[in-house]
Design a protein around this ligand. Structure first.
Ligand SMILES: C[S@@+](CC[C@H](N)C(=O)[O-])C[C@H]1O[C@@H](n2cnc3c(N)ncnc32)[C@H](O)[C@@H]1O
Length: 207
């Protein structure tokens, strides 16, 4: 995700405190109380500008959504999309997924989405890929049900399949051309851009 130097991103995030969880460490094990119900909680890691998770939240009021993004300058662009709209089933968190276990309790998340994660093409950076075995271990601890992963990057997709397989994950669904399916697909910002240029790869799995 290209990061623009968004002016006053930090101050603006503080202003969006109803939408953004400013102290996620204190919510570990308590997200249901934040939403005020016992509905399932779905998480997107690396949500970017938020198009995907905002649309899911609009369509599914009985599911609670959390969007996690590392950079304030990116997250604020998602907040801007909700200036005139209140979605009680959606909150954002500005946090690095490397420390997921600090903000989520065991099996606190029902479903996880990873969309167009950064490919980190150099081998020495492989651990940073959000589908590395190091991350799968974290997801195994916090995610109760399945994980969905979409990417336009063939190399990252192949790497992810091997990583999931090595981790003894169970494959539930897979496509090497998701957009050829005759079903409505809720897209992300990256997906809108890259589906013009080539296929979108998709895998759904359980750990
Ligand atoms: C390539 S962009 C894709 C954004 C969005 N999912 C989409 O499909 O349009 C990847 C996003 O993941 C975020 N990201 C990368 N590593 C992360 C991490 N460790 N924790 C949280 N977010 C991360 C980046 O800041 C960036 O916004």
């Amino acid at each position: 995700m290209r990061r623009r130097n968004v002016k006053h991103a930090h101050e603006r995030i503080l202003d969006a405190s109803g939408l953004v969880i400013l102290d996620p460490l204190s919510y570990k094990g308590k997200y249901q109380s934040l939403f005020g119900n016992t509905n399932p909680i779905h998480l997107e890691i690396g949500m970017g500008k938020g198009k995907f998770i905002i649309e899911l939240a609009r369509r599914n009021p009985n599911i609670n959504y959390l969007g996690l993004e590392k950079y304030e300058s990116v997250l604020i662009q998602a907040c801007d999309k909700l200036k005139d709209e209140n979605l009680p089933n959606l909150h954002f968190i500005c946090f690095d997924a490397n420390h997921l276990e600090d903000i989520f309790d065991e099996k606190e998340i029902d479903k996880l989405y990873l969309n167009f994660s950064d490919p980190w093409p150099k081998t020495r950076h492989a651990k940073r890929r959000l589908t590395s075995e190091m991350f799968l271990k974290k997801y195994q601890s916090i995610v109760k049900e399945d994980i969905e992963f979409k990417t336009d990057n063939k190399g990252l997709f192949e790497y992810s399949l091997i990583s999931i397989n090595n981790f003894k994950g169970v494959f539930l669904d897979l496509s090497v051309d998701l957009h050829s399916r005759e079903e409505e697909i809720i897209t992300t910002e990256y997906e809108d851009k890259f589906s013009q240029k080539g296929p979108i790869y998709f895998v759904k799995f359980k750990l």
